[in-house]
Design a protein around this ligand. Structure first.
Ligand SMILES: [Mg+2]
Length: 277
């Protein structure tokens, strides 16, 4: 049987490239920065412009499909995952990087059917790296096949994570104490390039062994999630339970062994689910 979603994936790649052009142009100009949920949760006109551009192109071609987009949700749309073919879009993952011209900015497009990830496209626009993952067909970066690392010993691992955009003292305290626990295991190190999608692609590439974060959203994980699993990695909840795209938290690791080991060190920060009112 022909792959019914391959055409959608090819279209997603084309759109992500076009969006990347817009990012590369816009970053040269002065920006008007606005805040959303916290003083560190930023948005610009470019985030909104790219989301509009992606949504209108996809809606025109696939009018029966569903959508969850970061900026549409910010504008009051619901973010509920259904069984229908659903495009999950982050027009700019790494808006803070974009605002500061820190060179890791991604356009992320995930696609689910029956709530399962079918493909993901993450375009790291300033590096010109196109990451893709298609269920059962592997993960690639600019045409090169991706494979996660083999390091299952946490004491020899390099992790990626972020501090998040919450500035609530209690949340920051737990995030720092998780970092402290992990560093003191000890591990080789902790990195983070400022976007969940690219951090996860670095795990898929095998240059980082695992990524974890809490407080992110489905649009931060939907594109890169399947890139990690198709590169041989695993997704898990930070509690060690099965991964849930709407839960706002994730461990993406090279192996179940490493993911479970990280889960043992992490204290959960409570966040309201993406699909909760
Ligand atoms: Mg974004």
């Amino acid at each position: 049987m022909a792959d019914p979603w391959q055409e959608c994936m090819d279209y997603a790649v084309t759109l992500a490239r076009q969006a990347g052009e817009v990012v590369r142009e816009a970053i040269k100009n002065e920006m008007n920065v606005m805040v959303k949920s916290s003083p560190a949760d930023l948005v610009t006109a470019t985030d909104q412009k790219i989301e509009k551009m992606l949504l209108s192109s996809i809606k025109e071609k696939y009018p029966s499909h569903s959508f969850i987009g970061e900026e549409s949700v910010a504008a009051g749309e619901k973010s509920v995952l259904t069984d229908s073919p659903t495009w999950i879009i982050d027009p700019i993952d790494g808006t803070t990087n974009f605002v500061h011209r820190f060179p890791f900015v991604a356009v992320s497009i995930g696609f689910t059917v029956n709530k399962k990830m079918e493909f993901g496209v993450v375009y790291s626009c300033l590096e010109d790296k196109m990451y893709t993952g298609r269920k059962g067909k592997g993960a690639f970066c600019n045409g090169q096949k991706l494979q996660v690392s083999k390091q299952e010993d946490i004491t020899k691992s390099l992790l990626v994570t972020e501090f998040g955009s919450s500035r609530t003292p209690e949340t920051v305290r737990i995030i720092l104490s998780n970092l402290e626990r992990l560093l003191c295991v000890p591990i080789h190190g902790i990195r983070g390039v400022g976007t969940a999608a690219i951090n996860m692609c670095l795990v898929a590439t095998g240059v980082a062994d695992a990524y974890y974060e809490m407080g992110i959203h489905c649009w931060d994980m939907a594109g890169a999630g399947i890139i990690v699993t198709e590169a041989g990695g695993v997704l898990m909840d930070v509690t060690g339970e099965p991964f849930d795209l709407m839960s706002r938290r994730i461990i993406a690791a090279n192996s179940k062994t490493l993911a479970e080991r990280i889960a043992r060190e992490i204290q959960v920060v409570p966040f309201q689910r993406d699909d909760e009112d």
